[in-house]
Ligand binder design. Structure first.
Ligand code: ZN
Length: 169
């Protein structure tokens, strides 16, 4: 039996030509249709399908480039903000140093003020003491004070009372 197996339906048949692969025209058409469908669905074979397949790939590429550009912009913004922050931090350090310098100056001036007040009080006490002694001496010796000194005593409010206060010490 010189039969063949149909490549479509797998049944044995008697070929009328040597090259015959199918039992019938119907089986030949079926296989041809299936192969056409298969080629159409595989990428890169059928032209319209390939173009359709490349479009989304291009779109994806474009959106990736766009996203990368956006990230670069954000990165540059971040860099500039970091630079600003660094500058402001340096300014703050500078201001802090100035403030601590000025605090030291203020503290020095306060100390100076206290010293000057103490000196002034000492001077005032010494002068009141001398004035009292001068008044007492004038009274015991009977020597009258000159007018300029009298004026000075009046201006300062150093009266006999002041002298008496000094005398009691
Ligand atoms: Zn067949």
């Amino acid at each position: 039996m010189s039969g063949k197996i149909c490549q479509e339906c797998r049944k044995a048949f008697k070929p009328s030509r040597k090259s015959q692969r199918f039992c019938s025209v119907r089986c030949g058409n079926r296989q041809r249709d299936r192969q056409r469908r298969h080629r159409a669905s595989s990428p890169g074979t059928a032209i319209p399908k390939a173009a359709a397949a490349e479009a989304p790939a291009l779109k994806t590429h474009d959106s990736t480039v766009a996203r990368f550009a956006a990230v670069q912009v954000e990165s540059r913004k971040l860099d500039s903000l970091q630079t600003k922050l660094r500058t402001q931090s340096e300014n703050l350090d500078h201001l802090e140093a100035e403030i601590s310098e000025q605090r030291a100056t203020i503290s020095d001036l306060r100390g100076e003020l206290v010293r000057l007040r103490v000196n002034q009080e000492t001077d005032a006490h010494d002068l009141i003491h001398l004035a009292g002694r001068l008044l007492a001496l004038g009274q015991t010796t009977g020597v009258e004070l000159d007018n300029a000194t009298k004026d000075l005593f009046r201006r300062r409010g150093w009266t006999t009372a002041a002298r008496q206060t000094e005398a009691r010490r």
